[in-house]
Design a protein around this ligand. Sequence first.
Ligand SMILES: Cc1ncc(COP(=O)(O)O)c(CN[C@@H](CCC[C@H](N)C(=O)O)C(=O)O)c1O
Length: 424
Amino acid sequence: VSVPNLTRSVPFINERGVGHCTSVSRSVNMESLRSGYLFPEITKRELEHRQKYPQEKLIRLGIGDTTEPIPDIITSSMAEYALALSTVKGYSGYGAEQGKTELRVAIAEKLYRNMGVKGNEVFVSDGAQCDISRLQMLFGSDVTVAVQDPSFPAYIDSSVIFGRGGNFEEKTGQYGNISYMKCCPENNFFPNLSPYYTPKTDVIFFCSPNNPTGNAATRQQLKQLVEFAKTNGSIIIYDSSYAAFISDDSPRSIYEIPGAKEVSSFSKCAGFTGVRLGWTIVPEELKYSNGFPVIKDFDRIMCTCFNGAASVSQAGGLACLSQEGYKAMMDVVKYYKENAKIIAETMRSLGMKVYGGNNAPYIWVHFPGQTSWDVFTEILNKTHIMTIPGTGFGPAGQGYIRLSAFGHRQTVLEASQRLRNLYN
Ligand SMILES: Cc1ncc(COP(=O)(O)O)c(CN[C@@H](CCC[C@H](N)C(=O)O)C(=O)O)c1O
C-alpha cells in the first residue's frame, strides 16, 4: 500500500499531533450505513454495563455465540492435524480455495443426502457471514434485494455496502431500494408474496430457521418461495446456519425443494464460531439471465478473494461429519435446545407472547406497547442480563427482544430466575 502523497493533503490536528487527510473520497455506500453493525454495538453496551456494575455477574443471552466446549473427537482431529504440520510428511501450505475435496464431498453426502447436491457444488469457507459478503460480490450494484424483516443484519448491511440499499428512510427505518418482507406472528412469520406486498427482486435472502424469530419455514412455505423466485427469475440466497436445531419435519435445506443456493456453517452446531468453517452450495444449473453459470463466477471470486478455509479447521469439519463426531456435535445442539426450552417456558409462564426456541437457539419475545431498546435496557439494568433489541434485526422487530440459548445450563437457570423475579 503506497504512502499517501502528503504534499497534496490537508493537515489536521489529533491526539498524535498533526495528521493528514488524503485526497481519497469516502465511499457513498459506507456513508449511507445508518449506524454501527448491531453486534459490536451490543458488545459496547455490555462493556459499559460491566464498568457501571463491576460487582454484578452479567449473564449474556444476547449475541449468539456458542459456550460449550467442542467435543474431544473433533478437537483431537484438529490437534492431530496441527501437530502433523511439524513434520515433513504432514506439512501442507495453500490448499484448494474451494476446500478439500474430501470435505466438500462429505458435506454433500452427509448433510444433503438424496438432495442431488454434488461435492463440486460445495465451496468450503471461513463462515456463513463471510460468504454472505462474497456472494454479494457476484452481483452489480443495480441488482435488487429482498430480505425478511426481521433478519440477520448482515444481509441488509452488506447490500448497502455493495451499493444496493438506496437512501435510508427515517420514517420507515428502511433502505429505499431494499424490499422488506415482513415476518410476524400474524403471517406465521412467512411473507405475503403477492406483488403488492413483495415486489419482484433479483436476489432474495431467506434465513430458516430464522434469526432472530427462531421460526423454521414449512415445506409448503418454501415451495411457495421457490415458485415465487422461479416466476420472477430471482436467486434465493438461503441461510441454513441453524438447520441442525430443527427437530420437527420442517425442511433443513432449500434443496429439499429444487431451485436455489445455500450458505451454512459449523459455527452453531459444532461450536466453530471461533474455529471458522462454513460452506456455500451453488447448483451447477443456476444461471444468470445471459445463461452464464453462477457457479463459475462464485468459483472465480473464491479463487481471487479468498485463500481457502484454514486447513486445521477443515480437519475439524471432517471430524464433525464422522459418525462419532456428528453424534457428539448433535449432543451439544440438544443441550442448547434444552436451554431454549427453559427460557421459552420461563417467559411463557410470565404470560408473555413467546416465539421460536423449538427449531432454533433463539427465543423471540413480544412486549407490546414498549420499544425494543427500552425493554433491552430495563432487563439489563434490573437483572444484569444481556439480550438483543428486536429493532436491531429490522423495523418489524420493534417491540420484541431476542434471547439466545447459548449458555451454560446453570447460567440459563440463573437468568430464568432473575427474569421471574423481574416480571412476576
Ligand atoms: C443467520 C446467521 N448467518 C450467519 C451467521 C454468522 O455465521 P458464521 O459464524 O460466520 O458462520 C449468524 C451468526 N449470528 C449470531 C452471531 C453474531 C455475531 C457475529 N460476530 C456476527 O456478526 O455474525 C447472532 O445473530 O447473534 C447468523 O445468525
